[in-house]
Design a protein around this ligand. Structure first.
Ligand code: FAD
Length: 541
């Protein structure tokens, strides 16, 4: 028989298969020799007790019957090379890739158009950005095969459980080469070093099944006719047509938002979050979270999630990367954006996390009313006459860009980031020297009160102080605050019908993923890609 059991073990015990079997035998009340094997169903860490960190395991034990190895639910793909139904997908991030795979599974041919390069060629552009401070606007941490998720921590956790089948996404990632642990860890992650192989395997599957996958194919125009979109034009002068178009261009494709605006395709402003990235020594985070001096080798580097209301604004940690590196995630020259990634082992000595504050349209209006110089620079009056700029759907995007430009200038150029020690940040004091930081282009001591808008700066000051009370030791001048974390989600929403998922003006245009405002992270973007593809397939029936 097979029995599902819950076990609570010490970390080293949980890593030792023979000990887990002994626990299973005791929990099932049967002799050890009757346990032929087990599958892990769930694994999570419980560090609430100050005395002992526990590992909670849910296992399916095989008792008195032969053990069967776990089989992946392998999803079969069709040959779509001769399919008559063709769908252009703009953007090969998680949303675009998973949409393409879903279409192929159901016999529809995807034509994936990606402005960036394949994962290997893209790596060279990232090296150039990190070492020489030169950004390629078409190939960077946000643009290129696999989208913003490729050179990330690869955290696969999402709260959007109702938006799709998370297990299916994890199964597919496993099918394309992710480790089995993604299927049972409570907070699975893949790591920057392993993601490119998985993305490559997906591309090969798409091409081997007869899907079309083109790189350095930047969409620059939409061919609109009445209430349909016929196709797209690309930067190299091609015109491509298809039955349906999925727009999955991510949160950084500002040229696409501008294009939609210019063509009077409805878009809406969307609030997003802005702030900084903070970095501590991983050892400090381990000691706080695991209540120890040094982390038990059997435990992974610790993570954290923090949230606080300060002056009626949410301040929260975002995309925490244990054992990670702070990365330059800008897509344009002279705009500074930071984000974070980790390798699969999360074995760098630092722990970084975004620390951000929610920003609304009214905040952007107040900001530009005060900063007339930036108002001019952002050409806000081109967004309408007199006060019309205040209602513009592109206002938050312009605000985001303005802050990134201020940060770039404060860093001193070449993507050197302005930074401050944490306690100095909270007392608005210039840091005379900075601690070591993982950010490769380098950091420059600067007063971040001159970089961030006042409401963001003050909210973060309050947030850091409060976080120091929640996690004793977190508030320290040995931590470094780096500006600016600004690409947390899209500052624009592309509307779509709740049932058909098509744009209200064009019944075969499907806004999708994070850039359209329907996802926030790898898994939710992948689920949204599947969802949109499924709707397109259902429409044909
Ligand atoms: C450094 C970093 C670390 C991250 N870490 C994590 C993490 O650990 N876990 C997590 O869940 N999320 C993480 N994220 C966020 C996550 O990557 C995104 O939420 C996710 O990739 C969004 O998926 P998407 O497909 O909607 O858009 P994107 O991934 O942004 O993909 C959009 C694609 O469209 C392409 N494109 C844009 N414009 C055009 C055009 N005009 N023509 C053709 N192609 C175009 C882009 O090149 C890009 O490849 C991280 C992001 C970054 C930058």
């Amino acid at each position: 028989m097979q029995e599902q059991l819950s076990l609570r073990l010490k970390p080293a015990e949980a890593n030792d298969e023979s000990i887990v079997r002994a626990y299973i035998s005791s929990a099932a009340g049967t002799d050890l020799k009757n346990i032929s094997g087990f599958h892990l169903i769930k694994r999570s860490i419980d560090a609430r007790s100050r005395q002992q960190v526990w590992i909670n395991l849910t296992v399916r034990a095989f008792i008195g019957e032969p053990f069967i190895q776990r089989k992946a639910n392998t999803i079969q793909f069709q040959d779509v090379s001769k399919a008559t139904h063709k769908v252009i997908i703009v953007g090969a991030g998680p949303a675009g890739l998973f949409a393409a795979l879903k279409l192929i599974e159901k016999g529809v041919q995807p034509i994936l158009l990606e402005r960036g390069k394949d994962v290997r060629a893209r790596r060279r552009d990232l090296a150039q950005l990190n070492k020489e401070g030169i950004v390629n606007p078409e190939s960077n941490y946000c643009f290129g095969e696999g989208g913003a998720g490729t050179y990330s921590d690869g955290k696969l956790y999402t709260r959007s459980t109702k938006r799709g089948d998370i297990n299916r996404i994890l199964q597919l990632l496993y099918q394309f080469g992710a480790e089995e642990s993604v299927l049972y860890d409570a907070h699975p992650h893949i790591g920057t070093n392993k993601l490119p192989q998985i993305i490559t395997a997906m591309r090969e599957q798409i091409r081997n099944s007869g899907g079309i996958f083109l790189f350095e194919k930047k969409v620059t125009d939409l061919i609109l006719s009445g209430d349909i979109i016929k196709g797209v034009k690309t930067a190299d002068g091609d015109e491509m047509v298809a039955d349906d178009i999925i727009l999955a261009t991510g949160h950084s494709a500002r040229d696409i938002f501008q294009l939609l605006y210019d063509k009077q395709v409805q878009i809406d402003a969307k609030s997003f979050a802005l702030g900084v990235r903070i970095e501590h020594h991983q050892q400090l985070i381990d000691s706080i979270q695991y209540h120890c001096v040094l982390r038990d080798d059997a435990l992974p580097p610790a993570s954290y999630g923090l949230v606080e209301q300060v002056n009626n604004r949410g301040v929260f940690s975002f995309c925490m990367c244990p054992g990670g590196i702070i990365a330059p995630a800008a897509t344009n020259p002279e705009e500074l954006v930071v984000n974070g990634w980790s390798p699969s082992k999360r074995n760098n000595p630092y722990a970084n996390s975004g620390m951000v504050v929610q920003v609304e349209q009214a905040d952007a209006i107040r900001f530009f009313e005060k900063r007339k110089d930036l108002h001019e620079q952002a050409k806000l009056f081109s967004l309408g006459n007199k006060d019309q700029w205040k209602d513009s759907p592109l206002l938050l995007m312009q605000f985001q860009s303005a802050i990134e430009k201020i940060a770039f200038a404060a860093g001193g150029g070449s993507f050197v980031a302005p930074a401050q020690r944490m306690a100095d940040f909270c007392s608005d004091k210039h840091s005379s020297g900075l601690p070591e930081c993982s950010y490769l282009p380098g950091v420059n001591s600067a007063s971040l009160s001159a970089v961030l808008p006042d409401f963001v700066y003050k909210s973060l000051q309050g947030g850091f102080t409060a976080f120091g009370k929640k996690m004793r030791g977190y508030y320290t001048n040995e931590a470094i605050v780096v500006a600016t974390e600004s690409r947390t989600s899209s500052p624009v929403r592309i509307p779509r019908d709740a049932i058909s998922l098509a744009h209200p003006q064009f019944h075969n245009l499907y806004p999708c993923g994070e850039g359209a405002g329907y996802a926030g992270g790898i898994v939710s973007a992948a689920m949204d890609g599947e969802r949109v593809a499924s709707r397109i397939i259902e429409k044909e029936k």
